[in-house]
Design a protein around this ligand. Structure first.
Ligand code: ADP
Length: 191
Protein backbone atom coordinates (compact mmCIF):
# COMPACT_ATOMS: atom_id res chain seq x y z
CA UNK A 1 0.00 0.00 0.00
CA UNK A 2 1.01 3.59 -0.54
CA UNK A 3 0.60 5.46 2.75
CA UNK A 4 1.63 9.10 2.73
CA UNK A 5 1.72 11.89 5.26
CA UNK A 6 1.58 15.42 3.96
CA UNK A 7 3.38 17.52 6.52
CA UNK A 8 3.74 21.25 7.07
CA UNK A 9 2.62 24.24 9.13
CA UNK A 10 -0.95 25.57 9.08
CA UNK A 11 -1.60 27.27 5.77
CA UNK A 12 1.13 25.40 3.89
CA UNK A 13 -1.36 24.02 1.38
CA UNK A 14 -1.71 20.48 2.72
CA UNK A 15 -5.47 20.35 2.13
CA UNK A 16 -5.31 21.50 -1.49
CA UNK A 17 -2.43 19.20 -2.40
CA UNK A 18 -3.77 16.18 -0.49
CA UNK A 19 -6.99 16.22 -2.50
CA UNK A 20 -5.07 16.28 -5.77
CA UNK A 21 -2.65 13.56 -4.69
CA UNK A 22 -5.50 11.39 -3.38
CA UNK A 23 -7.17 11.56 -6.75
CA UNK A 24 -4.05 10.93 -8.82
CA UNK A 25 -2.80 7.97 -6.79
CA UNK A 26 -6.19 6.53 -5.74
CA UNK A 27 -5.72 7.18 -2.01
CA UNK A 28 -8.19 7.61 0.83
CA UNK A 29 -7.83 11.22 2.04
CA UNK A 30 -7.84 11.47 5.83
CA UNK A 31 -7.98 15.06 7.07
CA UNK A 32 -8.48 15.23 10.82
CA UNK A 33 -9.27 18.95 10.52
CA UNK A 34 -12.09 18.20 8.04
CA UNK A 35 -13.40 15.41 10.25
CA UNK A 36 -13.55 17.73 13.27
CA UNK A 37 -15.17 20.56 11.28
CA UNK A 38 -17.86 18.18 10.09
CA UNK A 39 -18.48 16.88 13.62
CA UNK A 40 -18.80 20.48 14.86
CA UNK A 41 -21.22 21.36 12.07
CA UNK A 42 -23.37 18.33 12.84
CA UNK A 43 -23.23 19.10 16.57
CA UNK A 44 -22.23 15.55 17.47
CA UNK A 45 -20.97 14.67 20.94
CA UNK A 46 -17.39 14.74 19.65
CA UNK A 47 -18.01 18.04 17.84
CA UNK A 48 -19.30 19.71 20.97
CA UNK A 49 -16.32 18.43 22.93
CA UNK A 50 -13.69 19.80 20.52
CA UNK A 51 -15.28 23.03 19.32
CA UNK A 52 -13.80 25.45 21.84
CA UNK A 53 -10.36 23.81 21.62
CA UNK A 54 -10.26 24.22 17.86
CA UNK A 55 -11.53 27.78 17.98
CA UNK A 56 -8.59 28.67 20.24
CA UNK A 57 -6.13 26.98 17.88
CA UNK A 58 -5.06 24.38 20.43
CA UNK A 59 -4.70 20.66 19.72
CA UNK A 60 -7.48 18.21 20.38
CA UNK A 61 -6.29 15.69 23.04
CA UNK A 62 -4.54 12.62 21.59
CA UNK A 63 -7.03 9.99 22.88
CA UNK A 64 -9.80 11.58 20.77
CA UNK A 65 -7.61 11.23 17.70
CA UNK A 66 -7.22 7.49 18.14
CA UNK A 67 -10.97 7.17 18.12
CA UNK A 68 -11.52 8.97 14.83
CA UNK A 69 -8.47 7.39 13.24
CA UNK A 70 -9.63 3.84 13.79
CA UNK A 71 -12.84 4.81 12.08
CA UNK A 72 -11.09 6.58 9.20
CA UNK A 73 -8.72 3.68 8.54
CA UNK A 74 -11.73 1.46 7.95
CA UNK A 75 -12.86 3.62 5.02
CA UNK A 76 -10.22 2.20 2.64
CA UNK A 77 -12.72 0.65 0.16
CA UNK A 78 -10.79 -0.19 -3.00
CA UNK A 79 -8.16 2.51 -2.50
CA UNK A 80 -4.41 1.91 -2.88
CA UNK A 81 -3.54 3.48 0.47
CA UNK A 82 -4.02 6.60 2.59
CA UNK A 83 -2.93 10.20 2.53
CA UNK A 84 -2.93 11.77 5.98
CA UNK A 85 -3.44 15.53 6.10
CA UNK A 86 -3.04 17.34 9.42
CA UNK A 87 -2.24 14.11 11.20
CA UNK A 88 -0.13 13.11 13.09
CA UNK A 89 0.48 16.36 14.97
CA UNK A 90 2.16 15.02 18.12
CA UNK A 91 4.74 12.40 18.94
CA UNK A 92 2.06 10.28 20.60
CA UNK A 93 -0.13 10.42 17.49
CA UNK A 94 2.79 9.36 15.28
CA UNK A 95 3.44 6.36 17.52
CA UNK A 96 -0.25 5.45 17.64
CA UNK A 97 -0.44 5.63 13.86
CA UNK A 98 2.57 3.33 13.46
CA UNK A 99 1.00 0.81 15.83
CA UNK A 100 -2.38 0.93 14.13
CA UNK A 101 -0.88 0.44 10.69
CA UNK A 102 1.35 -2.36 11.95
CA UNK A 103 -1.73 -4.21 13.18
CA UNK A 104 -2.92 -4.14 9.58
CA UNK A 105 0.49 -5.34 8.32
CA UNK A 106 1.00 -1.93 6.87
CA UNK A 107 3.26 1.10 7.42
CA UNK A 108 3.94 4.70 6.39
CA UNK A 109 5.68 4.83 3.02
CA UNK A 110 6.77 8.47 2.99
CA UNK A 111 6.34 11.81 4.77
CA UNK A 112 6.36 14.76 2.39
CA UNK A 113 6.86 18.15 4.00
CA UNK A 114 5.82 21.39 2.33
CA UNK A 115 8.52 23.96 2.90
CA UNK A 116 6.96 27.43 3.10
CA UNK A 117 7.94 30.81 4.40
CA UNK A 118 6.29 31.79 7.67
CA UNK A 119 5.16 35.27 6.51
CA UNK A 120 3.57 33.79 3.41
CA UNK A 121 1.65 31.29 5.50
CA UNK A 122 0.17 33.93 7.82
CA UNK A 123 -0.85 35.96 4.77
CA UNK A 124 -2.57 32.95 3.19
CA UNK A 125 -4.43 32.14 6.40
CA UNK A 126 -5.69 35.69 6.87
CA UNK A 127 -6.87 35.65 3.29
CA UNK A 128 -8.66 32.34 3.83
CA UNK A 129 -10.29 33.82 6.94
CA UNK A 130 -11.96 36.43 4.76
CA UNK A 131 -13.04 33.92 2.11
CA UNK A 132 -14.26 31.04 4.26
CA UNK A 133 -14.86 32.61 7.65
CA UNK A 134 -13.17 29.81 9.58
CA UNK A 135 -13.34 30.70 13.27
CA UNK A 136 -9.71 29.62 13.81
CA UNK A 137 -8.38 32.00 11.15
CA UNK A 138 -8.23 35.21 13.22
CA UNK A 139 -4.77 36.70 13.67
CA UNK A 140 -4.50 35.78 17.33
CA UNK A 141 -5.56 32.19 16.76
CA UNK A 142 -3.30 31.83 13.71
CA UNK A 143 -0.30 32.89 15.80
CA UNK A 144 -1.25 30.33 18.44
CA UNK A 145 -1.59 27.60 15.79
CA UNK A 146 1.89 28.46 14.51
CA UNK A 147 3.32 28.23 18.00
CA UNK A 148 1.56 24.93 18.64
CA UNK A 149 2.99 23.67 15.35
CA UNK A 150 6.54 24.70 16.28
CA UNK A 151 6.35 23.21 19.76
CA UNK A 152 4.37 20.02 19.25
CA UNK A 153 4.37 19.10 15.57
CA UNK A 154 7.71 20.20 14.09
CA UNK A 155 9.60 17.73 16.37
CA UNK A 156 8.01 14.92 14.32
CA UNK A 157 10.46 15.78 11.54
CA UNK A 158 13.23 14.02 13.44
CA UNK A 159 10.95 11.07 14.26
CA UNK A 160 10.43 10.40 10.55
CA UNK A 161 14.00 11.29 9.57
CA UNK A 162 15.19 8.55 11.91
CA UNK A 163 12.95 6.12 10.03
CA UNK A 164 14.43 7.37 6.73
CA UNK A 165 11.00 8.44 5.50
CA UNK A 166 11.21 12.22 5.42
CA UNK A 167 11.46 14.35 2.28
CA UNK A 168 10.86 18.03 1.72
CA UNK A 169 9.49 19.85 -1.31
CA UNK A 170 9.28 23.55 -2.05
CA UNK A 171 5.81 24.68 -0.98
CA UNK A 172 6.13 28.13 -2.58
CA UNK A 173 4.93 28.45 -6.17
CA UNK A 174 1.80 27.62 -8.12
CA UNK A 175 -0.54 24.83 -7.06
CA UNK A 176 0.46 22.86 -10.18
CA UNK A 177 4.21 23.31 -9.61
CA UNK A 178 3.94 22.08 -6.05
CA UNK A 179 1.68 19.21 -7.14
CA UNK A 180 4.36 18.14 -9.63
CA UNK A 181 7.13 18.21 -7.00
CA UNK A 182 5.06 16.04 -4.67
CA UNK A 183 4.06 13.64 -7.47
CA UNK A 184 7.72 13.28 -8.49
CA UNK A 185 8.65 12.24 -4.95
CA UNK A 186 5.90 9.61 -4.91
CA UNK A 187 6.86 8.27 -8.31
CA UNK A 188 10.49 7.93 -7.22
CA UNK A 189 9.27 5.81 -4.37
CA UNK A 190 7.44 3.51 -6.73
CA UNK A 191 10.46 2.84 -8.96
P1 ADP B 1 -4.53 23.79 9.62
O1 ADP B 1 -5.12 24.43 8.41
O2 ADP B 1 -4.18 24.75 10.69
O3 ADP B 1 -3.42 22.83 9.31
P2 ADP B 1 -6.54 21.74 10.17
O4 ADP B 1 -7.67 22.07 9.28
O5 ADP B 1 -5.70 20.56 9.83
O6 ADP B 1 -5.65 23.03 10.38
O7 ADP B 1 -7.06 21.56 11.68
C1 ADP B 1 -7.79 22.57 12.35
C2 ADP B 1 -7.76 22.36 13.86
O8 ADP B 1 -8.29 21.04 14.18
C3 ADP B 1 -6.37 22.38 14.49
O9 ADP B 1 -5.93 23.69 14.79
C4 ADP B 1 -6.62 21.52 15.77
O10 ADP B 1 -7.28 22.26 16.75
C5 ADP B 1 -7.58 20.46 15.28
N1 ADP B 1 -6.86 19.27 14.80
C6 ADP B 1 -6.81 18.82 13.52
N2 ADP B 1 -6.03 17.72 13.43
C7 ADP B 1 -5.57 17.48 14.68
C8 ADP B 1 -4.70 16.51 15.25
N3 ADP B 1 -4.13 15.56 14.49
N4 ADP B 1 -4.45 16.56 16.58
C9 ADP B 1 -5.00 17.51 17.35
N5 ADP B 1 -5.81 18.46 16.88
C10 ADP B 1 -6.10 18.47 15.56
Amino acid sequence: MLNLILFGPPGSGKGTQSLKIAEKFNLAHISTGDIFRSEIKNKTELGIKVQSIIEKGDLVPDPLLIEILENALNQLKGKSGYIFDGFPRTHQQAKDLDIMLEKRNDSISLVIALDVDQNEVVKRLLNRAQLEGRKDDTEEVILNRMEVYQNQTAPLISYYKKQGKFVQVNGMGSIEEIFKSISDQIQQLQH
